[in-house]
Design a protein around this ligand. Structure first.
Ligand SMILES: Nc1ccnc(=O)[nH]1
Length: 158
């Protein structure tokens, strides 16, 4: 008999195949579950939505948050057909997802042409050694906004 984890992961894989076949985007699917309840499903929609951020995991996180009316998914598990890329992993941290279960690895993704591994390799590099140029232009105005946030007494922290 399949475990709960295997069942939800199998659903994520099923979504990846269905929506790849229909032409929604890359072969990635995700399911978010909390307390035995499916909060949301997602699949890659990058090419059909012209949205490079519409990875399966981000899509599922957005839908799950809308579903529960909260920006936190604490206590939830993200099931994904592939190890999350850095964007999706960061999104999972920001969403306070409590656990991730995945099937294909980032190496598997790299082998079929997805850049997840390249981005993981970029992040630890010093900025000047990265492919994407970044220029630091300090701004007093930008800092002043941060100071105002630090002093703001009605802010909603996340
Ligand atoms: N892990 C992933 C890589 C690329 N696209 C996705 O939707 N998911």
């Amino acid at each position: 008999m399949k475990t709960e984890d295997q069942r939800y992961l199998a659903r994520a894989v099923e979504l990846s195949r269905e929506h790849m076949d229909e032409g929604a985007g890359g072969p990635f699917g995700a399911v978010i579950v909390r307390d035995g309840q499916v909060l949301a499903e997602g699949w890659n929609q990058v090419t059909s939505a012209n949205d490079p951020t519409a990875h399966a995991e981000v899509t599922a996180i957005r839908r799950a948050c809308q579903e529960v009316g909260d920006f936190s998914l604490e206590g939830a598990t993200l099931y994904t057909s592939c190890e999350p890329c850095p964007m999706c992993l960061a999104s999972a941290y920001w969403a306070r997802v409590s656990r991730i279960v995945f099937a294909n690895t980032r190496k598997d993704a790299a082998d079929i042409g997805f850049d997840d591994s390249l981005i993981y390799d970029e992040i630890p590099k010093p900025i000047p050694e990265r492919i994407l140029p970044m220029d630091h232009l300090p701004s007093l105005e930008a800092k002043a906004v941060f100071d105002a946030w630090a002093d703001k007494d009605d802010k909603v922290r996340y």
